[in-house]
Design a protein around this ligand. Structure first.
Ligand SMILES: O[C@H]1[C@H](O)[C@@H](O)[C@H](O)[C@@H](O)[C@H]1O
Ligand SMILES: [Fe+2]
Ligand SMILES: [Fe+2]
Length: 299
C-alpha cells in the first residue's frame, strides 16, 4: 500500500514542480517581453526633436541656414591651412570637457562622460578593442569649438549633404528655407554637383566634428577603415538611420553603412547609462590609446 502512495505523491510532486516550472517560464517570458517593451519605450524617447527645448531648435535653425557649399569649401581650406594644437588623446578628452553640446536633446553630461559611456557600452558587449577606442574618441572632433569655430553650428549636430537638394529626412527640414543654397539652380536638384553612385567619399558632408576628426585621425592612427567610417558618419542620421542619399552611394558604402549602424546604438543609447568613474577607467583606456595612437597628435 505505501508504495503506490509514494509513487502517487512523487507523481503529484512532479506534476506540481512541472506546473511551477511552466508558470516560471511563462513569468520569465512575460518579464522578458515586458522589459523589451520598456526598453523600446525608452529608446523611443531619444532624439525627440519635436518635443526638444528651444536651445536645440535654435541650434538647428542656425546650422541649417549657415551650412552652405561656400562655407563648406572655406572650412576645408581653413582646416588644411594649419595645425591647431599638438597633444595626446587623453589630454584632448580633458580639454573637451568644458563643452556642453547645444544640439543634443538627450544628454547634458560632460563630453568625457559621453565618450566613456560609449566606450564602456561597446566593451560590455565584448566588441574588439579598435571599436572600444573608436567609441572613446568619436566625438573629440568637437574640439573644433575650442579651435576658433564660428559657433556650435559648425561643430555639433546631425550632418547632411551640401551641394544637392536638402533631404526631407533631415530633422527640421523646413529650416533650410533660410539657406541660400535652397534657391540655387544646381544645389537644389536631386544630384546637385554629384554623379549618382559617386560614393560618399566624393560627397561634401556639412562640416563639423565628424569630418574634422576623420581627417585628423586617418593618417595618425591605426584604426581600421570601419572605425574611421564610424567616426566620419556617426552624425549622418539622414543616411544611416533614415535611408536618405542612397543614390549617391557606391558598393563600398554599403559595407561602411553596416559598420556605422552597428556603432550608432552605443553612441545614442549609452547616454542614459550610469555615470562612469573616470579615474578608475583611465588606466585601461590609456592602454588602449597607446595601441592605436601616437603619444601626441597634430590637431
Ligand atoms: O546632438 C548630437 C551630438 O552633437 C552628437 O555628437 C552627434 O554625433 C549627433 O549626430 C547629434 O545629434
Ligand atoms: Fe557626435
Ligand atoms: Fe557621441
Amino acid at each position: 500500500m505505501p508504495a503506490p502512495v509514494t509513487v502517487r505523491s512523487g507523481h503529484e510532486l512532479d506534476e506540481t514542480s512541472d506546473a511551477i516550472d511552466a508558470v516560471n517560464v511563462l513569468k520569465g517570458k512575460l518579464w522578458d517581453d515586458r522589459s523589451e517593451f520598456d526598453q523600446e519605450k525608452d529608446k523611443n524617447t531619444f532624439r525627440d526633436y519635436e518635443g526638444a527645448c528651444d536651445r536645440v531648435k535654435n541650434f538647428y535653425k542656425e546650422q541649417h541656414e549657415k551650412q552652405t557649399v561656400e562655407f563648406n569649401i572655406k572650412a576645408r581650406v581653413e582646416f588644411k591651412s594649419k595645425t591647431r594644437a599638438r597633444m595626446g588623446v587623453w589630454q584632448a578628452m580633458e580639454m573637451l570637457n568644458t563643452l556642453v553640446d547645444e544640439s543634443d536633446p538627450d544628454t547634458e553630461l560632460s563630453q568625457i562622460e559621453h565618450l566613456l559611456q560609449t566606450a564602456e557600452a561597446i566593451r560590455r558587449d565584448g566588441k574588439p578593442e579598435w571599436m572600444q577606442v573608436t567609441g572613446l574618441v568619436h566625438d573629440l572632433g568637437k574640439l573644433l569649438f575650442l579651435f576658433g569655430s564660428q559657433g556650435q553650428w559648425d561643430v555639433v549636430g546631425d550632418t547632411f549633404v551640401v551641394g544637392c537638394k536638402f533631404s526631407d529626412k533631415i530633422i527640421y527640414p523646413g529650416t533650410f528655407e533660410g539657406n541660400p543654397d535652397f534657391y540655387d539652380a544646381v544645389y537644389s536638384t536631386e544630384n546637385g554637383i554629384y554623379q549618382p553612385g559617386c560614393g560618399l567619399d566624393n560627397v561634401m558632408l556639412s562640416w563639423g566634428h565628424d569630418e574634422y576628426l576623420y581627417h585628423v585621425l586617418k593618417d595618425q592612427s591605426s584604426l581600421p577603415a570601419e572605425g574611421l567610417a564610424m567616426i566620419r558618419y556617426h552624425s549622418f542620421y539622414p543616411w544611416h538611420r533614415e535611408g536618405a542619399y542612397r543614390h549617391l552611394m557606391n558598393e563600398h558604402d554599403e559595407q561602411i553603412l553596416n559598420a556605422v549602424q552597428a556603432f550608432n546604438p552605443y553612441d545614442l543609447y549609452s547616454k542614459s547609462d550610469g555615470l562612469c568613474d573616470v579615474e578608475k577607467l583611465k588606466p585601461y583606456y590609456q592602454g588602449l590609446i597607446k595601441k592605436f595612437f601616437p603619444d601626441e597628435l597634430d590637431w
